[in-house]
Structure formats: structure tokens, C-alpha cells
Design a protein. Structure first.
Length: 68
């Protein structure tokens, strides 16, 4: 069974919330890139990098737990 995960970012008055199933991280990163390349969106490349980093840290922690 896949776990539902969530990443969120508060930027000024805006809040970005991404919910996804484990195993779909690549699609979420694609969504970050799509949003960041849209000039009408307040979500920029720095935001995409921050959330991608957070996702990577979560995955790294889970792998460490499995390895021990």
C-alpha cells in the first residue's frame, strides 16, 4: 500500500501544498518544474529546489531506516 505524502511551502500570502503517493516523486518534481517555468506563477525555481531538497532528505532518511 502506498503512503500519501505531503510537501508544503508558504511564500508570502500564498501556500503551495503538494500531496502525492510514495513512488510518484518523479512526477511531483516534474510538476515543480512546470510551475517554476510558468512566469505567471509565484512558484519559482528556488521554491522548486527547496521542495525537491526536502523530498530528497525524506527519502534519504527512509533509506537509512531500512538499512539499519
Amino acid at each position: 500500500m502506498r503512503e500519501t505524502r505531503q510537501l508544503s511551502l508558504v511564500k508570502g500570502d500564498e501556500r503551495f501544498v503538494f500531496r502525492y503517493s510514495s513512488g510518484n516523486e518523479a512526477q511531483v518534481i516534474d510538476a515543480f518544474a512546470t510551475m517554476a517555468s510558468d512566469r505567471s506563477s509565484a512558484f519559482d525555481w528556488f521554491d522548486a529546489a527547496v521542495l525537491s531538497y526536502q523530498m530528497g532528505r525524506r527519502l534519504e532518511k527512509e533509506l537509512d531506516e531500512v538499512a539499519t
